[in-house]
Design a protein around this ligand. Structure first.
Ligand code: NAP
Length: 177
């Protein structure tokens, strides 16, 4: 039985991951910005977290960690994309996209890595996107943010190669199943 911190558990890929983990007996601390959107089932612990707010990220993770004791796995899944012509993107919109898809997720990685290093083991999975390598038209900020996160991820893997802390990308999701 693994203890998993999963962002974006309210819909889509995150909800499917939560369902798969719960079905195999894992315990999930799953996040949404709105607790009403999260499942109310045994072994699922709802967590309110907004990646656009660094205080929310820190408070949510630390409260969940105090409840769980430790996490075996962090899954950085939550995300959203902005559509529109590049020339119309404001600095604020680009910054928000990077806060949600890069800085908030790096913050969670740092929080989790400290705990995992202390325990000597752990797994971090970052759900990036093919858009980081094959840019999607009218999604310049999303493409760039996903590329940044994909680049950051293997550095974590190399840095902690000597311990049992691993940080693969999405293609390793099957290892959980
Ligand atoms: N769907 C695809 O084809 C595809 C392809 C490649 C990569 N991806 C990536 O896969 C991940 C999941 O995508 P999905 O299609 O499953 O999306 P989705 O159904 O729209 O779900 C997005 C999840 O992220 C959460 N979220 C959004 N903004 C957030 C914020 N500011 N703070 C915290 N949580 C936030 C949402 O939670 P609440 O709204 O409840 O707060 C929701 O649970 C994303 O990182 C996406 O970029 C998706």
């Amino acid at each position: 039985m693994k203890r998993v911190f999963l962002t974006g558990a309210s819909s889509g890929i995150g909800r499917a991951i939560a369902d798969a983990l719960l079905a195999r007996g894992d315990e999930v601390w799953g996040t949404s910005r709105n607790l009403e959107r999260l499942p109310k089932v045994p072994q699922f612990h709802p967590v309110c977290l907004d990646l656009d707010d660094p205080n929310s990220v820190e408070e949510a993770f630390n409260a969940a960690l105090a409840d769980a004791g430790h996490f075996d796995v962090l899954i950085n899944n939550a995300g959203s994309g902005q559509f529109g012509p590049t020339e119309n993107l404001s600095e604020k919109e680009i910054a928000t996209q990077f806060q949600i898809l890069v800085f908030g997720q790096m913050q969670l990685m740092r929080l989790a890595l400290r705990m995992m290093q202390a325990r000597g083991e752990g797994l971090i999975i970052n759900v990036t996107s093919l858009a980081g390598r094959l840019p999607v038209p009218f999604m310049a900020a999303y493409n760039a943010a996903k590329a940044a996160m994909a680049s950051f991820t293997p550095i974590g893997a190399a840095r902690f190669a000597s311990s049992h802390c691993r940080s693969p990308t999405r293609r390793y999701l099957h290892r959980l199943q």
